[in-house]
Design a protein around this ligand. Sequence first.
Ligand code: ATP
Ligand code: MG
Length: 456
Amino acid sequence: MSKHKLSGNEIRQSFNDFFIEKAGHTFVPSSSLVPGGDATLLFTNAGMVQFKDVFLGTDKRPYTRAVNSQKCMRVAGKHNDLEDVGRDDTHHTFFEMLGNWSFGDYYKKEAIVWAWELLTEVWGLNPDHLYSTVFKDEKGEIPDDVEASEHWRALPTFRKDHVFFLGRKDNFWEMAETGPCGPCSEIHIDLRPSDGPVTAETLDTDRFIELWNLVFIQYNRTGPNGLEPLPATHVDTGLGLDRIVQVLQGVNSNYRTDLFWPLIEKTAQLTGHDKSDIDVQFTPYRVIADHARAATFLVADGVVPGNMGRNYITRMIIRRAYRFGGKIGLHEPFLANVAEAVIEQYKGAYPELTQNKETILKTITREEEQFQNTLDKATGHLDALLNDLIAIQQRTLSGELAANLYTTYGMPLEITRDIAQERGLNVDDVGFIRLCSSIVWHPAQAKPWDRWAARM
Ligand code: ATP
Ligand code: MG
């Protein structure tokens, strides 16, 4: 580990510098959270979204190696991490994905050697705690990625028994029913090495964090059984910034890194809570920090609260954070304070935050004010509905009642679901979506490109 503990901002910079200095990568700034020219994809949800046409061969860039940190949102559609936020310490709605890219240039060997060098030599992670996974087809149709496993095992400091072969779900990445695809190789870190032997199943438990996914695009899928080698092979990698910062700063949660902690401290200044109170109420603190960060970046990219699609998501995120504020005694609009801390933290890497500061703060406060007026009524009404259901031993709130709560009180489905779940009940999401199809994004609306991005 480096002597001086790197800040989150320094870690982002050191990733970019490594690939620029090491191997002539071009820094390509993050694209917007709103994918350009693609109405079918709700939000940019991986680093490769802005490069999809380069992989498809319909776009060419003046460089064949790129590096960046991409703003991502995974909050709707097929790839939705909302349910994990507040419950775990590694999934966010908004997050930054660090990535290095080869467009028909270097391939598996360099991608693996450089990832390893950055993790173990530059950042000083202990090689004994790192594991990798490579692809083995359970159907026996696609060749196993023995090549990648050999590159891992050839690394002098890599433990030869730390590579596992996994199947299609984990280690084969596909664009859609057709299109570019290929095996991938993930890097996981063991947080509790003294817990005994590791198997492929252990990797999927909270003993491990998945840090980095290296995707090797080498085939074109032409149909269910058709897989042709591509004329050029590509590399597409994704490393979650919050996760690597957690590991390098030696803390046990993404929220305890210097990227997130100032947002939590800002909230605690408003509640008067000390560190141990925060521990007890960690779920609301995590949701508020996550959602305030997401809302700040969304508004900066022009996605203001509203009733449909992307705008609905911004509305839902702000309202949901506001309701979680109520759980820790905040009953007045407060999120602009947290948003200011977000801007302070991220303004160096994302100048759009300073440029839009006034709009961000005003927009968030206005949305809280609107919701403040109806939240109590909506909650009272929902409580009565849930009491009725419990009395007749029903466990599911109908889509119609949930839709009514949104149209009457502006209560987003996601909040209705939170409240129902807190009392052990479900909501008929499908029924809600059927009634409010113009409001909520859902996978059925997605075109092939959304399914491609949603897999990542
Ligand atoms: P997981 O299985 O942990 O959900 P994933 O397989 O969905 O991860 P990828 O789609 O391969 O992840 O994304 C590349 C990297 O981006 C991951 O290795 C991880 O470091 C990071 N990442 C993915 N989803 C999130 C998220 N919701 N919040 C923060 N980081 C994330
Ligand atoms: Mg995931």
